[in-house]
Design a protein around this ligand. Structure first.
Ligand code: FHN
Length: 491
């Protein structure tokens, strides 16, 4: 897949896009040292000041509090693309499932003809929310409209939507909003504000042999971007922001292109500003940085000190369901990713891709349940924690190997990670040491040590001398994936 106008990093079967003005998504962590932007006049930065430009650090901390506590969320990519599920006209289409319309150059009319076939009666908002909860996830972000332009909600602004155009006629976002409220977790909406391959004027990124300047592959896609924005995207965003009670807690924008000028983006920001609790990511475009960095399909070597961030990742190699993608990551990898991310101060947004019946693939369910079991025992070492006090345990930059940008390659180490709370240091041990666990440079006095998975919290012997400590461990790990050693150690 090849795009123009922006840097593209292919990660397996997925893509990461860096548009002009998009602050996140870079392979190397960007050390933006601002913990909270100081208030500044609108005209100095953006045509319309965003909440991040005007709020105080205290207001920002309050707005971000639940999100920072959460650490683990569920991403859901679900739409019409789950019907072809990676196959078109009998041919397996390479790449990520939700891109099939673009990758296979499917004409608009043919793609729209999927809608009358979409009847996902197996969808249960209750079960999906219960799955997120069982996995230990604290929020859900679902695709309300992906690049294919199909709205997975009841939209009066555009009738290419699940209620008006399918026999299903139900609004899954409404059902999810009700369930999330009932089961006590947050709900956010992904919205593809810029790319829209079925609305005239919607943008398309360059792929395959699609031609400039629009990279459209069907005349029905041609039109005016501003008109698309003002007649479809902004009205739909208004619907999403006002029709779902307490939600959305998050709006997750995606793939901004140069079409999204600062002025056009500011039209969206004027709408977002009416929702002062809302959190939105760094992919709006037009130079707006939003609230969160969004590394995709990778974990930044050192996180983004001073910035909120969230790594979004797939369980297999696709976001939207593909019937033949069985390359599922192991529970061990998924859990270690979560721990790695938490130790660097970020959130993990882990994707599921329900099929065309609305059913979540069994291997995904199985892994999420296993993650939840670990979190049931060890969650206190993840939720609401602060990053490691150490750092080198995460790995180091190679002195010989370079990454694709020619910079020193980061080589992760997988022996242990650490997270902290004001009165505790957690050590998540992957590789069980023989006899004792040794730590250097511990800047706190330790008053007790035990294993989280030992329900009796039996004290472990330790010897602290200066800033180094040795803790005596049992001969075997209590959990083969990660056993958490807790050090009582107040700041
Ligand atoms: O093009 C999309 C892709 O389909 C998927 O939605 C991911 C999720 O972050 N975002 C874009 C690629 O960066």
């Amino acid at each position: 897949m090849k795009f123009v106008h922006r840097t593209v990093i292919s990660v397996g079967a997925s893509v990461v896009l860096i548009a002009a003005g998009l602050a996140g998504c870079s392979q190397q962590p960007k050390q933006t040292a601002e913990s909270a932007p100081a208030a500044k006049p609108a005209d100095q930065a953006h045509p319309v000041a965003a909440i991040q430009d005007t709020e105080t650090p205290e207001q920002r901390d309050a707005r971000m509090a639940w999100w920072r506590e959460a650490r683990f969320g569920m991403f859901i990519h679900w739409g019409l693309y789950s019907i072809p599920a990676g196959t078109w006209n009998g041919k397996r289409i390479p790449g990520i499932g939700e891109w099939i319309m673009n990758t296979a150059s499917i004409p608009v009319a043919d793609y729209k003809a999927l809608a009358p076939k979409f009847d996902p009666t197996g969808f249960s908002a209750h079960d999906i929310v219960a799955l997120a909860k069982a996995a230990g996830m604290k929020y859900i972000v679902i695709t309300s409209k992906h690049h294919d332009g199909f709205a997975m909600f009841d939209s009066k602004a555009n009738d290419f939507n699940i209620v008006a155009a399918t026999p299903f006629k139900r609004d899954p976002l409404k059902e999810l909003a009700d369930e999330c409220k009932k089961q006590g977790i947050k709900l956010g909406f992904y919205y593809s504000q810029d790319q829209d391959w079925t609305a005239p004027g919607g943008a398309a990124l360059k792929t395959g042999d699609h031609q400039p300047p629009t990279y459209h592959w069907d005349k029905a896609q041609d039109g005016n971007f501003q008109q698309y924005l003002e007649t479809k995207a902004i009205p739909q965003l208004k619907e999403l922001l006002s029709n779902y009670g307490d939600f959305p807690a998050v709006i997750w924008f995606d793939t901004p292109t140069p079409d999204m000028t600062p002025k056009l983006a500011s039209e969206i920001v004027s709408v977002l500003n009416q929702y002062p609790k809302l959190i939105w990511n760094n992919r709006l475009g037009g130079g707006y940085k939003g609230d969160t960095e969004t590394p995709e399909q990778y974990i930044p070597a050192q996180g983004y000190p001073g910035r909120d961030w969230e790594s979004c990742m797939t369980i297999n190699d696709t976001w939207g369901y593909k019937s033949y993608d069985t390359n599922f990551k192991s529970t061990e990898t998924l859990l270690r990713n979560l721990i790695d991310i938490a130790s660097k101060g970020g959130n993990y947004l882990l994707n599921i891709g329900p099929d065309s019946h609305g059913i979540v693939p069994a291997p995904e369910v199985e892994r999420l349940h296993q993650m939840g079991k670990w979190l049931d025992v060890n969650g206190e070492a993840i939720y609401g924690t602060q990053p490691t006090l150490f750092g080198p345990e995460a790995g180091s930059f190679s002195t010989t190997e370079k990454d694709k940008d020619g910079k020193p390659k980061f080589i992760p180490a997988w022996n242990w990670r650490s997270t902290t709370k004001p009165d505790k240091v957690y050590i998540e041990i992957f590789k069980w040491p023989n006899g004792t666990f040794h730590l250097d440079k511990l800047p706190r006095k330790v008053t007790g040590a035990y294993l989280l998975a030992d329900s009796a919290h039996r004290p472990l012997k330790f010897n602290q001398s200066g800033d180094s400590i040795d803790v005596q461990l049992p001969s075997k790990a209590l959990d083969p994936i990660a056993t958490v050693l807790v050090l009582d150690a107040a700041k």
